[in-house]
Design a protein around this ligand. Structure first.
Ligand code: PEP
Length: 265
């Protein structure tokens, strides 16, 4: 039986220069070219200034290229913003919206994320909406409420047809980055299922098909157990993926396991 498509991606945040990004993408392609892309999608989300040359480094659609953010108008008096037309011009396929650093450092609201989601979909991009509760919200027992709100408001006004170009990453804020605490697998499993239920409630059949990823301190130790969660379709990795060889080792560990599971079905 055919297994569902599996996704692996990384956001390089404000770390890699043009030369470093090119080297990273080239090495990643070299290491992973043999993995069948009909059942596996690899995506890299580097900084804006690297996108044009990163696009030129791409071979045979081995890597999907994403932007870390996007303004919600085609042009105008929005100093410091990058428009969908500009992202299209440099070869982007994917736009990430609502990363926790955008929400919590740059004070983006669910309403702003929704404008970006709708604009990106209108311009033909795939959208990766990031959602996740803070430590305080988790402590107050509000995790589900927050996740439901971020889905309902972030994806408001999306028609069922467009859900085919929506991806969701569950990234608990307290699990992300250098001060992040690795998640307990059972907790991630429960929240991923809750997210799937919310997506089904919002979009019916379309919601069943939206790929949902886990992100936040994913590493070589927890990648495999996380990949076995019931409602997960991929892993979204920061630090542990920024060395292409390390990323490939994680990709391989998960792929080997998935192949075995698929053969067993
Ligand atoms: C992230 O910032 O989205 C992320 C997943 O980072 P890390 O894996 O480094 O926690």
């Amino acid at each position: 039986m055919a297994c569902k498509k599996w996704y692996m991606g990384t956001n390089t945040k404000m770390y890699k220069t043009i030369a470093q990004t090119n080297q990273f993408i080239s090495r990643l392609q070299e290491l992973t070219f043999d993995i069948d892309r009909s059942s596996f999608e690899l995506f890299v989300i580097p900084s804006f200034t690297t996108l044009e040359s990163a696009n030129r480094c791409r071979k045979d659609n081995l890597v999907k290229l994403g932007a870390q953010n996007m303004g919600w108008e085609e042009q105008g008096q929005y100093t410091g913003e990058i428009s969908p037309l500009m992202l299209r011009e440099v070869g982007c396929d994917l736009v990430m919206v609502g990363h926790s650093e955008r929400r919590h450092i740059f004070m983006e609201t669910d309403e702003m994320e929704n404008k970006k989601v709708r604009c990106a979909l209108d311009h033909g991009f795939t959208v990766l909406l990031c959602i996740g509760e803070t430590e305080q919200e988790k402590g107050a027992g509000q995790s589900n409420e927050v996740l439901r709100r971020q889905i309902q408001l972030g994806l408001a006004g999306i028609n069922e047809k467009d859900t085919a170009r929506v991806w969701v990453a569950y990234e608990p804020v307290w699990a992300i980055g250098v001060n992040g605490k690795p998640v307990e697998i059972g907790y991630a499993d429960e929240k991923l299922t809750y997210i799937r239920d919310c997506l089904k409630m919002e979009f019916g059949k379309g919601g069943e098909e939206i790929p949902v990823f886990y992100g936040g301190s994913v590493n070589a130790e927890n990648a495999l157990p996380l990949s076995r969660c019931k409602d997960i379709n991929g892993l979204f990795i920061g630090r542990s993926a920024w060395d292409a060889d390390n990323f490939n080792a994680i990709i391989r560990a998960v792929q080997d396991n998935r192949e075995k599971c698929c053969l067993a079905k």
